[in-house]
Ligand binder design. Sequence first.
Ligand SMILES: [Zn+2]
Ligand SMILES: [Zn+2]
Length: 218
Amino acid sequence: MLIDRLIVGPIEENCYIVGDEETRRGVIIDPGDEPERIVGTVRGLGLKVDTIFNTHAHVDHICAAQDVKEQLGARLYLHPGDEMYLPDLVEHAAMFGMHKARRPTVDVWMADGDRIECGTLEIAVTHAPGHTPGHCLLTIGEDVFCGDLIFAGSIGRTDLPGGNYEQIIASLESTILTLPEPTRLHPGHGESTTVAVERRLNPFLRGLSPRRRSRSAI
Ligand SMILES: [Zn+2]
Ligand SMILES: [Zn+2]
């Protein structure tokens, strides 16, 4: 499996291109900005991408989704909990200097527990709210694309509209802390890390313990 990380836009967001080396099928996670660069990289890798996932719908993660999906003929997956961010997206993006942002149309509303096949890749969806109401983790094998739930040494903010501190703590306890230590974490900003490293060094995980979660209805 190949994982290519592009750092895009003024907020330096990680857009991931994940591909199956045998079938040359791939997916894009969080196309935040610079659609031409994302599409050019996909073509340069010789991948066929028909699926785009967004961990959540903040402007820095989703503003290139419409251009990328039109150019590649792909479908966009998002959790319905983040639909609330879409109406004001273009306006908010302009405040960050992202003047080419477009409001994307969502093709598939994904839900916790969904498993989507793409070539030999299987992408598992886990709802992990707190940073936003509809924030999801996308897991492919032992690689977790964790959006803004957790970063190397930090966690996502909860002071933006729709954020909830108790929820993000519950999500960390029910997802990251229950994963095997070698699991690789690929966050929405900054470098990749592992569950083992974060358990030891991330100050925000101190005092938390793994917990089975109460499944949400959505
Ligand atoms: Zn975010
Ligand atoms: Zn972000």
